[in-house]
Ligand binder design. Structure first.
Ligand SMILES: [Zn+2]
Length: 311
Protein backbone atom coordinates (compact mmCIF):
# COMPACT_ATOMS: atom_id res chain seq x y z
CA UNK A 1 0.00 0.00 0.00
CA UNK A 2 1.34 3.42 -0.92
CA UNK A 3 1.73 6.18 1.65
CA UNK A 4 2.21 9.97 1.62
CA UNK A 5 4.82 12.18 3.24
CA UNK A 6 4.19 15.62 4.69
CA UNK A 7 6.97 18.05 5.60
CA UNK A 8 6.76 21.34 7.46
CA UNK A 9 9.82 23.45 6.71
CA UNK A 10 10.26 26.37 9.09
CA UNK A 11 13.16 28.69 9.86
CA UNK A 12 14.41 26.70 12.84
CA UNK A 13 12.46 23.44 12.77
CA UNK A 14 11.59 20.82 10.23
CA UNK A 15 9.07 18.08 10.84
CA UNK A 16 8.02 15.16 8.72
CA UNK A 17 5.14 12.73 8.80
CA UNK A 18 4.23 9.51 7.00
CA UNK A 19 0.52 8.82 6.52
CA UNK A 20 -1.58 6.18 4.83
CA UNK A 21 -3.85 7.13 1.89
CA UNK A 22 -6.66 7.15 4.47
CA UNK A 23 -4.63 9.78 6.36
CA UNK A 24 -3.76 7.56 9.30
CA UNK A 25 -0.47 8.69 10.83
CA UNK A 26 2.20 5.99 10.53
CA UNK A 27 5.28 7.86 11.77
CA UNK A 28 6.37 11.34 12.71
CA UNK A 29 9.76 13.01 13.18
CA UNK A 30 10.82 16.46 14.24
CA UNK A 31 14.26 18.07 14.13
CA UNK A 32 15.73 21.43 14.90
CA UNK A 33 17.76 22.68 12.01
CA UNK A 34 20.69 24.90 11.54
CA UNK A 35 20.24 25.56 7.90
CA UNK A 36 23.43 26.79 6.25
CA UNK A 37 22.50 28.12 2.82
CA UNK A 38 20.22 26.82 0.11
CA UNK A 39 21.92 23.44 -0.31
CA UNK A 40 21.79 22.91 3.44
CA UNK A 41 18.05 23.58 3.47
CA UNK A 42 17.46 21.15 0.59
CA UNK A 43 19.63 18.52 2.30
CA UNK A 44 17.51 18.91 5.47
CA UNK A 45 14.34 18.17 3.49
CA UNK A 46 15.95 15.16 1.82
CA UNK A 47 17.28 13.77 5.09
CA UNK A 48 13.75 13.90 6.60
CA UNK A 49 12.35 12.04 3.55
CA UNK A 50 15.17 9.48 3.73
CA UNK A 51 14.76 8.97 7.47
CA UNK A 52 10.98 8.46 7.20
CA UNK A 53 11.49 5.91 4.40
CA UNK A 54 14.37 4.10 6.11
CA UNK A 55 12.84 3.84 9.58
CA UNK A 56 9.52 2.61 8.21
CA UNK A 57 10.94 0.24 5.59
CA UNK A 58 9.29 2.17 2.76
CA UNK A 59 11.00 2.65 -0.60
CA UNK A 60 10.39 5.86 -2.55
CA UNK A 61 8.41 3.91 -5.17
CA UNK A 62 5.93 3.12 -2.43
CA UNK A 63 5.34 6.81 -1.81
CA UNK A 64 2.29 8.29 -3.49
CA UNK A 65 3.60 11.81 -3.16
CA UNK A 66 4.97 14.40 -0.80
CA UNK A 67 3.57 17.71 0.35
CA UNK A 68 5.86 20.41 1.74
CA UNK A 69 4.66 23.42 3.69
CA UNK A 70 7.24 26.20 3.48
CA UNK A 71 7.32 29.29 5.69
CA UNK A 72 7.39 31.80 2.88
CA UNK A 73 6.05 32.81 -0.52
CA UNK A 74 5.72 29.82 -2.84
CA UNK A 75 4.41 29.22 -6.35
CA UNK A 76 2.41 26.01 -5.90
CA UNK A 77 1.80 25.52 -9.60
CA UNK A 78 5.50 25.50 -10.45
CA UNK A 79 6.62 23.89 -7.17
CA UNK A 80 8.84 26.91 -6.65
CA UNK A 81 9.98 28.47 -3.41
CA UNK A 82 9.97 32.17 -4.27
CA UNK A 83 11.11 33.88 -1.10
CA UNK A 84 11.33 33.04 2.62
CA UNK A 85 12.29 35.57 5.27
CA UNK A 86 13.85 32.89 7.50
CA UNK A 87 14.94 30.08 5.17
CA UNK A 88 17.82 30.55 2.72
CA UNK A 89 15.95 29.35 -0.39
CA UNK A 90 15.07 31.84 -3.10
CA UNK A 91 13.49 31.41 -6.54
CA UNK A 92 14.21 27.70 -6.48
CA UNK A 93 12.22 24.89 -8.09
CA UNK A 94 12.23 22.58 -5.06
CA UNK A 95 9.25 20.52 -6.28
CA UNK A 96 10.74 19.56 -9.69
CA UNK A 97 14.13 18.80 -8.08
CA UNK A 98 12.67 16.35 -5.54
CA UNK A 99 10.34 14.90 -8.14
CA UNK A 100 13.30 14.14 -10.42
CA UNK A 101 15.37 12.67 -7.63
CA UNK A 102 12.74 10.48 -5.95
CA UNK A 103 10.25 9.89 -8.75
CA UNK A 104 7.13 10.77 -6.76
CA UNK A 105 4.86 13.76 -7.07
CA UNK A 106 5.73 16.82 -4.98
CA UNK A 107 3.34 19.55 -3.88
CA UNK A 108 4.72 22.78 -2.43
CA UNK A 109 2.49 25.02 -0.36
CA UNK A 110 2.83 28.02 1.93
CA UNK A 111 2.95 26.78 5.54
CA UNK A 112 -0.14 28.71 6.68
CA UNK A 113 -2.11 27.28 3.74
CA UNK A 114 -0.82 23.82 4.65
CA UNK A 115 -2.04 24.39 8.23
CA UNK A 116 -5.50 25.30 6.89
CA UNK A 117 -5.50 22.06 4.87
CA UNK A 118 -4.53 20.26 8.08
CA UNK A 119 -7.52 21.81 9.87
CA UNK A 120 -9.74 20.70 7.00
CA UNK A 121 -8.69 17.04 7.05
CA UNK A 122 -7.59 16.46 10.65
CA UNK A 123 -8.83 19.37 12.74
CA UNK A 124 -11.85 21.47 13.49
CA UNK A 125 -12.77 22.73 10.00
CA UNK A 126 -14.55 19.47 9.08
CA UNK A 127 -17.39 20.33 6.70
CA UNK A 128 -16.73 24.09 6.77
CA UNK A 129 -16.24 25.53 3.30
CA UNK A 130 -15.32 29.07 4.37
CA UNK A 131 -12.84 29.37 7.19
CA UNK A 132 -9.59 31.08 8.09
CA UNK A 133 -6.78 29.41 9.99
CA UNK A 134 -4.76 32.03 11.86
CA UNK A 135 -1.28 31.41 13.27
CA UNK A 136 -0.43 33.56 16.27
CA UNK A 137 3.17 33.05 17.27
CA UNK A 138 6.44 34.87 16.74
CA UNK A 139 4.70 36.20 13.63
CA UNK A 140 1.11 36.21 12.40
CA UNK A 141 -0.12 34.37 9.30
CA UNK A 142 -3.28 32.96 7.78
CA UNK A 143 -4.53 30.25 5.45
CA UNK A 144 -7.87 31.06 3.85
CA UNK A 145 -10.45 28.60 2.53
CA UNK A 146 -13.10 30.06 0.22
CA UNK A 147 -15.88 27.83 -1.11
CA UNK A 148 -13.97 24.71 -0.09
CA UNK A 149 -10.65 25.65 -1.70
CA UNK A 150 -7.44 27.29 -0.52
CA UNK A 151 -7.29 30.90 -1.66
CA UNK A 152 -3.76 31.57 -2.91
CA UNK A 153 -4.25 34.85 -4.77
CA UNK A 154 -2.75 35.67 -8.16
CA UNK A 155 0.88 34.76 -7.39
CA UNK A 156 0.55 32.68 -4.21
CA UNK A 157 0.93 35.63 -1.87
CA UNK A 158 -2.58 35.77 -0.34
CA UNK A 159 -3.13 35.40 3.39
CA UNK A 160 -0.37 37.75 4.58
CA UNK A 161 -2.60 38.68 7.47
CA UNK A 162 0.32 39.70 9.67
CA UNK A 163 1.12 42.53 7.28
CA UNK A 164 -2.33 44.04 7.21
CA UNK A 165 -1.71 47.62 8.37
CA UNK A 166 -3.57 48.41 11.58
CA UNK A 167 -1.67 51.50 12.74
CA UNK A 168 -1.09 54.12 10.07
CA UNK A 169 0.64 56.69 12.25
CA UNK A 170 4.13 57.64 11.01
CA UNK A 171 5.79 56.48 14.25
CA UNK A 172 4.01 53.10 14.37
CA UNK A 173 6.27 50.13 15.27
CA UNK A 174 8.45 48.83 12.45
CA UNK A 175 7.64 45.36 11.17
CA UNK A 176 10.07 42.62 10.06
CA UNK A 177 8.83 43.24 6.49
CA UNK A 178 10.16 46.81 6.61
CA UNK A 179 6.76 48.47 6.78
CA UNK A 180 5.28 50.19 9.83
CA UNK A 181 2.14 49.45 11.80
CA UNK A 182 1.57 45.90 10.53
CA UNK A 183 -0.68 43.62 12.61
CA UNK A 184 2.39 41.48 13.32
CA UNK A 185 4.37 44.48 14.57
CA UNK A 186 1.54 45.29 17.01
CA UNK A 187 0.34 41.99 18.46
CA UNK A 188 2.65 39.03 17.70
CA UNK A 189 5.02 37.31 20.13
CA UNK A 190 7.70 39.78 19.04
CA UNK A 191 5.41 42.76 19.73
CA UNK A 192 4.48 41.42 23.18
CA UNK A 193 8.16 40.95 24.03
CA UNK A 194 8.89 44.50 22.82
CA UNK A 195 6.20 45.98 25.09
CA UNK A 196 7.41 43.89 28.00
CA UNK A 197 11.01 45.06 27.58
CA UNK A 198 9.80 48.64 28.00
CA UNK A 199 7.38 47.95 30.86
CA UNK A 200 9.69 45.74 32.91
CA UNK A 201 12.99 47.37 31.80
CA UNK A 202 14.37 43.92 31.05
CA UNK A 203 16.26 43.09 27.84
CA UNK A 204 15.80 39.33 27.95
CA UNK A 205 12.05 38.88 28.17
CA UNK A 206 9.87 36.83 25.82
CA UNK A 207 6.13 36.56 25.14
CA UNK A 208 6.32 33.22 26.95
CA UNK A 209 7.69 34.94 30.09
CA UNK A 210 4.90 37.54 29.90
CA UNK A 211 2.26 34.80 29.66
CA UNK A 212 3.77 33.03 32.64
CA UNK A 213 3.79 36.25 34.70
CA UNK A 214 0.19 36.96 33.66
CA UNK A 215 -0.87 33.50 34.80
CA UNK A 216 0.68 34.26 38.17
CA UNK A 217 -1.46 37.41 38.34
CA UNK A 218 1.11 40.07 37.44
CA UNK A 219 -1.02 43.13 36.61
CA UNK A 220 1.38 44.70 34.09
CA UNK A 221 1.77 41.39 32.23
CA UNK A 222 -2.02 40.98 32.17
CA UNK A 223 -2.36 44.48 30.69
CA UNK A 224 0.20 43.73 27.94
CA UNK A 225 -1.67 40.56 26.93
CA UNK A 226 -5.07 42.25 27.11
CA UNK A 227 -3.77 45.01 24.81
CA UNK A 228 -2.43 42.40 22.36
CA UNK A 229 -5.72 40.48 22.61
CA UNK A 230 -7.63 43.65 21.76
CA UNK A 231 -5.53 44.27 18.63
CA UNK A 232 -5.89 40.60 17.63
CA UNK A 233 -9.65 41.08 17.97
CA UNK A 234 -9.47 44.02 15.54
CA UNK A 235 -7.56 41.77 13.14
CA UNK A 236 -10.27 39.12 13.52
CA UNK A 237 -13.00 41.73 12.92
CA UNK A 238 -11.31 42.65 9.63
CA UNK A 239 -11.13 38.96 8.63
CA UNK A 240 -14.80 38.48 9.52
CA UNK A 241 -15.87 41.54 7.54
CA UNK A 242 -13.79 40.59 4.51
CA UNK A 243 -14.50 36.87 4.26
CA UNK A 244 -17.61 36.15 6.35
CA UNK A 245 -16.10 32.81 7.48
CA UNK A 246 -17.86 30.11 9.48
CA UNK A 247 -14.80 29.67 11.67
CA UNK A 248 -11.55 31.33 12.62
CA UNK A 249 -9.33 28.51 13.84
CA UNK A 250 -6.40 29.81 15.82
CA UNK A 251 -3.08 28.07 16.31
CA UNK A 252 0.44 29.02 17.45
CA UNK A 253 2.26 29.61 20.69
CA UNK A 254 0.19 32.67 21.72
CA UNK A 255 -3.02 30.65 22.03
CA UNK A 256 -1.57 28.26 24.58
CA UNK A 257 -3.05 30.74 27.04
CA UNK A 258 -6.51 30.76 25.58
CA UNK A 259 -8.17 32.88 28.28
CA UNK A 260 -5.49 35.55 28.22
CA UNK A 261 -5.45 36.21 24.47
CA UNK A 262 -8.26 34.48 22.62
CA UNK A 263 -11.05 35.47 25.00
CA UNK A 264 -10.39 39.25 24.85
CA UNK A 265 -9.77 38.94 21.11
CA UNK A 266 -13.17 37.27 20.56
CA UNK A 267 -14.88 39.93 22.68
CA UNK A 268 -13.31 42.74 20.67
CA UNK A 269 -14.17 40.97 17.41
CA UNK A 270 -17.84 40.79 18.44
CA UNK A 271 -17.86 44.50 19.33
CA UNK A 272 -16.05 45.68 16.21
CA UNK A 273 -17.16 43.42 13.34
CA UNK A 274 -20.29 43.78 11.27
CA UNK A 275 -22.81 42.21 13.66
CA UNK A 276 -24.36 39.65 11.29
CA UNK A 277 -20.91 38.46 10.27
CA UNK A 278 -19.78 38.32 13.90
CA UNK A 279 -22.79 36.15 14.76
CA UNK A 280 -21.98 33.74 11.93
CA UNK A 281 -18.40 33.05 13.01
CA UNK A 282 -16.93 30.85 15.70
CA UNK A 283 -13.43 31.68 16.97
CA UNK A 284 -11.78 28.54 18.27
CA UNK A 285 -8.40 27.21 19.29
CA UNK A 286 -7.01 24.47 17.03
CA UNK A 287 -6.84 20.99 18.55
CA UNK A 288 -3.83 20.03 16.42
CA UNK A 289 -1.22 21.93 18.45
CA UNK A 290 1.72 22.72 16.19
CA UNK A 291 1.02 19.74 13.91
CA UNK A 292 -1.56 21.36 11.61
CA UNK A 293 1.10 22.33 9.05
CA UNK A 294 2.79 18.95 8.76
CA UNK A 295 -0.52 17.04 8.74
CA UNK A 296 -1.89 19.41 6.10
CA UNK A 297 1.25 18.99 3.97
CA UNK A 298 0.60 15.23 3.88
CA UNK A 299 -3.13 15.71 3.20
CA UNK A 300 -2.20 18.00 0.31
CA UNK A 301 -1.00 14.95 -1.62
CA UNK A 302 -4.41 13.31 -1.46
CA UNK A 303 -6.27 16.58 -2.00
CA UNK A 304 -4.23 17.81 -4.96
CA UNK A 305 -3.84 14.38 -6.62
CA UNK A 306 -7.56 13.88 -6.60
CA UNK A 307 -8.04 17.38 -8.05
CA UNK A 308 -11.05 17.50 -5.88
CA UNK A 309 -12.36 20.70 -4.46
CA UNK A 310 -12.14 20.07 -0.77
CA UNK A 311 -15.74 19.39 0.15
ZN1 LIG B 1 4.81 43.71 8.00
Amino acid sequence: MKSCIGIDLGGTKISGILVSPELEVIAEIKTSTEIGGQNGAIDCVKSVIDQLCRENAVTPNHILGIGIGVAGHVDSEEGRVVYCPNIPIENFDLGPLLQKEYGFEVFIENDANAAAVGEKHFGLAGQNRNFVCVTLGTGIGAGIFIDGKIYRGSTGGAGELGHMILDFSTDAPVCGCGNRGCFEALASGIAIARSAKKVFSREEITAFDVAKMAQEGNEAALRILAAAGNIIGIGFANIVNLFNPEKIIVTGSLVENEDLILKPASETMVQRAFSTNAKAVEVIKSNLGNRAGVLGAAALVIQERAHLPCV
